[in-house]
Design a protein around this ligand. Sequence first.
Ligand SMILES: C[S@@+](CC[C@H](N)C(=O)[O-])C[C@H]1O[C@@H](n2cnc3c(N)ncnc32)[C@H](O)[C@@H]1O
Length: 255
Amino acid sequence: MPGMFQGLLFGAVWAAAVGCPLPVPGQGGTLLKIGGNCWTRCIAVTVIRKLWTCQAVKTAIRTRDKPRKPALVTIVSRQWREWLWRQVPRYGRILEVGVGTGKNIPFHPREAQVIGIDISPKMLARAERRKKKIGANTELRLGDAQALDLPADSVDAAVATFVFCSVPDPVLGFRELRRVVRPDGQVYLLEHMRSANAFIGQLMDFVNPLVAATMGFNINRRTLENIKMSGLEIEHIQDVGLGGIFKTIVARPKK
Ligand SMILES: C[S@@+](CC[C@H](N)C(=O)[O-])C[C@H]1O[C@@H](n2cnc3c(N)ncnc32)[C@H](O)[C@@H]1O
């Protein structure tokens, strides 16, 4: 695919240089045209072609689908993750649901027995690589947040970050957390959700089908209501970003 793209681009640059400018679709203008006489155009094309075929550019093309960091959201969310994990007990058995690529693994308490589950084998493979790289002892397992393969009251705490926007039935997922967390244990969440602002909330409802279809997650989940419906009791909520769309939440099984 990059080869085809490269060929097309080179063809376009060449056509522009030899005086066959590319038309802008639907407009009368020109997308790309190299000025000057024939020699300067040829030199320009040669330089562009060299740049295009140089190793750094090839590497950039090859790695464009791979995770690039640090994106702004990664930097910002790191602070939220740090805060959340500082609240989590340092000992005992801790479950992380939807571990993903393992962005939280650096925060997993070393003295605790941490189990990270995810429904996606691809995500787990990436988490496994990250775990090895940093030498963590997290146990990674394939699993569904909606049907946890753990006995009732078997973990001291459960953590999830940016997960319940993509779990198909979030109330079922929260119910499972309530079931596996000890009665005096806690659930720590970092999630984005539907805005409490009526206008923005409706806008999120309107855009959600497109986001869900293209990105695979929902931006209009009523997460606080879902938590309450599951039999968890919210102890602490903190708005961390975008006017309360991003929140950290600490909940515990309702007595
Ligand atoms: C947006 S990613 C977040 C990953 C990670 N928690 C983080 O903060 O970077 C959502 C993750 O939830 C996982 N997930 C979605 N539905 C799930 C389910 N039903 N059970 C377990 N994991 C699920 C996805 O595979 C994905 O890895």
